[in-house]
Design a protein around this ligand. Structure first.
Ligand SMILES: [Zn+2]
Ligand SMILES: [Zn+2]
Length: 347
């Protein structure tokens, strides 16, 4: 049997077909290095710009230098077993010179090359930081309450919610959704926001946690690239009653337990049962269970309890509704209905 031996047309050495591996390796540009790369970063937040797009970067400088250098090195697709090492120094404050050494193998032939990449650093304020600096806004959330003013807890909670929403949106890359500022006003809190999506998100969360109604009031402020630009005022009107409030309506006393998609959940202190409050007339506020007083029960007579008024030390007789289990010598919590001169036991 004849073994067909091919000859490399370039070097005359043995070859399977056409050029031998050595000559093939020599004939391809297996590595191409860009001499210069530019990196635009935001001096305030460290974001990086690629073309017209800014992205958050959490890379350390060293990692960034490595990534930028690797972006500048282009290898032939047949190169295998690549190993890269690099060294760098800063010839000037806005230049980093990186020496890159690449080892690999192509067509079974080991290859090695070094090149130098100059990273040019430039600073530019990113889209987010420039909007932040310019107090950019596309809407305001006004936290108000129905027939009263939001209390400290509600105001604090709303601000916390807005911060949490901002964190979440930033995390998923919605760079331009942020809270520009929040401030207390005489009627509640105003939260100024940079995008409509964060406005929708925050108001949805506030409603979920604090109840109330949200209305949106858009106002046309101009046009950008042929599209109308709106600013939206979100009015969040918290419910008339807060959790723990006790109010009277048609001789029933109700304690507010919570909210569930526009429904008011109450505990009927006369019947001893939880229910959805459906009455149209809103009733009269007595107080909040967090402000309730406590007193000792001196005696029980039928459905009447005699308790000692902790303010005057006088005996007060009050009706015990059937669901209440009250015993002599026990301590009970109550609210005063001054208008009807009644003591209302709370659970
Ligand atoms: Zn050859
Ligand atoms: Zn920035």
């Amino acid at each position: 049997m004849d073994i067909k031996q091919n000859i490399c047309p370039k070097c005359g050495g043995p070859s399977e077909e056409g050029l031998c591996n050595n000559c093939k390796a020599e004939s391809v540009d297996w590595i191409i290095c860009d001499e210069r790369v530019q990196c635009v970063h935001c001096p305030t937040c460290g974001s990086l710009r690629h073309g017209n797009t800014w992205t958050d970067s959490h890379l350390e400088r060293e990692e960034l230098i490595f990534n930028l250098s690797m972006d500048a090195v282009h290898l032939h697709e047949d190169v295998m077993d690549v190993e890269v090492s690099y060294k760098y120094h800063d010839p000037s404050p806005n230049r980093t010179s990186v020496g890159v050494k690449v080892n690999g193998e192509i067509y079974g032939v080991p290859v090695e090359s070094t090149c130098r990449v100059l990273i040019v650093w430039s600073k530019e304020q990113c889209d987010r930081c420039s909007r932040l600096a310019g107090s950019y806004y596309s809407g305001t959330i006004q936290l108000r309450a129905d027939g009263r003013k939001p209390d400290d807890f509600e105001k604090e909670r709303a601000i916390q919610i807005s911060q949490k929403c901002e964190d979440e949106l930033q995390e998923v890359g919605e760079r331009l959704s942020f809270v520009t500022k929040s401030e207390e006003t005489k009627d509640g809190v105003d939260i100024v926001i940079s995008s409509h999506s964060i406005g929708d998100f925050i108001t949805r969360e506030i409603k979920k946690q604090l109840g109330g109604k949200v209305t949106r009031h858009p106002k046309l402020i101009g046009e950008k690239k042929g599209r109308p630009v709106y600013r939206i005022t979100y009015l969040v009107r918290l419910p008339r009653y807060r959790k723990g409030d006790v109010f009277e309506n048609r001789d029933h006393y109700y304690e507010v337990r919570g909210y569930d998609s526009n429904q008011l959940w109450v505990f009927d202190l006369k019947e001893g049962a939880g229910k959805v409050y459906k009455e149209n007339d809103d009733g009269r506020l007595i107080g909040n269970v967090s402000d309730s007083e406590s007193a000792f029960v001196n005696y029980i007579e039928g459905d009447v309890a005699g308790i000692m008024d902790p303010k005057t030390y006088e005996n007060l007789e009050c009706i015990i509704y059937p669901w209440l289990e009250i015993h002599e010598g026990q301590e009970v919590r109550f609210l005063r209905d001054y208008e009807k001169e009644r003591i209302i036991f709370v659970g």
